[in-house]
Design a protein around this ligand. Structure first.
Ligand code: NAD
Length: 489
């Protein structure tokens, strides 16, 4: 069988591809067909050591360069990513099964935005301050942390590799990145491009592996920071392991976010927002607004339009540009989603549409129909747990105070959204919702300029924006004495 997406080797270390066949086999599977498209190996402890040693060796010289010079390389990488958007998007589609219609506008391009943004602000974003002390003075410097580890989830492999790599490198760090074992391909392509753009070798290393490999990175004494994108249970393990050696941590974890639609909202816009916030990337988006609270007066109209638009979604071959919904990333994820759909039915939610496997696709692919449940109550499993698939739960509500309390009644706190034409209410409601990233009259837009991240069990730290540079650096304070030391002895 030909392997459609086989990289030159499993890992990218010190500016080149590296193989170690002693590592356990990772098969990369195209989710639309179940076909094995690449075979790679998880990193052995020797590979982990090699990656960290090379990053450690390269980092001081990189940190000593001017931020403008570092930024120039990152911006060149952004240009190369844009030039190769088509081929990178096809790779992302093979890696994840997400439709090319999406990957071509949302994946490599958002990675390029990240390198462009952090390349551009490296020089201005790392300034310190001058503190006058009446004769004496002090100043602060922002200094890199050293070797940073990035660990990715499988829903946005290229974007995550860039969102972690760009601020880390801009701030003068080196990065060792481990993609999800489900999507090993995209990060290797990003590493190749960075080096082609002139990044000195060793500064962005990619190693493959799974939950056995991650701890080797997190526990390593030469690692200063870990940034994880993953589930809450993994976040707890990684944060606990990082605490053992007091490493810096950023946690981008899961969610069960509320999306609240008041009866004065533009209904078509709210339906569009709810669909984007539940079906984009086949529902595999951490910030999705999976609890859609609809004010009772507009419930019938909202559901009518939602059902019609959901049933018109084009499901099929992800490489066909007309396809709007692809398969789940893996067989296991498909089974998990189907089991939640079964629970929704068993616990008494009303199935509005979907609820099964589409009949127009290959039986080997990991497809699930876009599914809408109505009459969902707060206690139902589908309203409490993260499903991470194309399953929207619609809940009814009557008044503002009630919906805020119910929206907040979750351990998660990643995102939230409000649709209303009352400007005052929009701001008043988001002010009271417990989440890290919130939207009014739109949903799930995450441009690089704005901070992104969660509160409560959804994590801490922020990606994107100037805030990310702060999370990849620390302050050094220097006190300067201008006169003789006044010692009492
Ligand atoms: P996961 O938690 O299973 O795995 C995430 C990564 O952690 C993988 O690379 C995995 O190999 C690694 N890992 C697992 N155990 C580890 C350990 N003990 N030590 C170190 N690394 C370990 O998550 P997933 O299934 O890949 O992704 C889906 C989850 O990610 C969902 O919960 C989703 O909400 C979340 N997510 C969050 C964001 C965000 O920005 N907040 C974005 C995308 C996905």
């Amino acid at each position: 069988m030909t392997l459609r997406a086989q990289p030159k080797a499993s890992h990218f270390i010190d500016g080149d591809y590296v193989e170690d066949e002693a590592g356990s086999l990772i098969e990369s599977i195209y989710p639309a067909t179940g076909e094995v498209i690449a075979r790679l190996h998880a990193a052995t402890p020797a590979i982990v050591e090699k990656a960290i040693a090379s990053a450690k060796r390269a980092q001081p010289e990189w940190a000593a360069m001017s931020p403008t010079a570092r930024g120039r390389i990152l911006k060149r990488a952004a240009d190369l990513i844009r030039e190769r958007n088509r081929e990178l998007s096809e790779l992302e589609t093979l890696d994840t099964g997400k439709p090319i219609q999406e990957t071509i506008i949302a994946d490599p391009t958002s990675g390029a935005d990240s390198f462009e943004f952090f390349g551009g602000i490296a020089a201005a974003g790392l300034n310190g301050s001058y503190i006058p002390l009446g004769g004496d003075f002090a100043y602060t410097k922002r200094v890199p942390l050293g070797v940073c580890v990035g660990i990715g989830a499988w829903n946005y492999p290229q974007q995550i590799a860039c969102w972690k790599g760009a601020p880390a490198l801009a701030a003068g760090n080196a990065m060792v990145f481990k993609p999800s074992e489900n999507t090993p391909l995209g990060a290797l392509a990003i590493a190749e491009i960075l080096h082609e753009a002139g990044l000195p070798k060793g500064l962005y290393n990619v190693i493959q592996g799974d939950r056995e490999t991650g701890p080797l990175l997190v526990n390593h004494p030469d690692v200063a920071k870990v940034s994880l994108t993953g589930s809450v249970p993994t976040g707890r393990k990684v944060a606990a392991a990082a605490a053992g050696s007091l490493k810096h941590v950023t946690m981008e974890l899961g969610g069960k976010s509320p999306l609240i639609v008041f009866d004065d909202a533009d209904i078509d816009s709210a339906v569009g927002g709810a669909m984007l916030g539940n079906f984009y990337s086949t529902g595999q988006v951490c910030s999705n607004g999976t609890r859609v609270f609809v004010q009772r007066k507009i419930k019938a109209e909202f559901l009518k339009r939602l059902k019609a638009r959901t049933e018109a979604i084009a499901i099929g071959d992800p490489m066909d540009e007309a396809t709007q919904l692809g398969p789940m990333v893996s067989w296991a994820q498909r089974d998990k989603v189907l089991s939640y759909i079964a629970k929704g039915k068993a616990e008494g939610a009303t199935l509005v549409t979907g609820g099964g496997i589409p009949n127009n696709v290959s039986g080997e692919g990991y497809y699930v129909q876009p599914t809408v449940f109505a009459d969902v109550t707060d206690e139902m499993t589908i309203a409490r747990e993260e499903i991470f698939g194309p399953v929207m739960c619609v809940l009814d509500f009557d008044d503002e105070a009630e919906v805020i309390a119910r929206g907040n009644a979750t351990e998660f706190g990643l995102s939230a959204g409000v649709f209303t034409s009352d400007l005052t209410r929009g701001h008043r409601v988001v002010d009271q919702l417990e989440a890290g990233t919130l939207w009014i009259n739109t949903y799930n837009l995450c441009p690089v300029e704005i901070p992104f991240g969660g509160s409560k069990q959804s994590g801490f730290g922020r990606e994107n924006s100037l805030a990310a540079l702060e999370h990849y650096s620390e302050l050094k304070t220097v006190y300067v004495g201008m006169g003789p030391v006044q010692a009492p002895y």
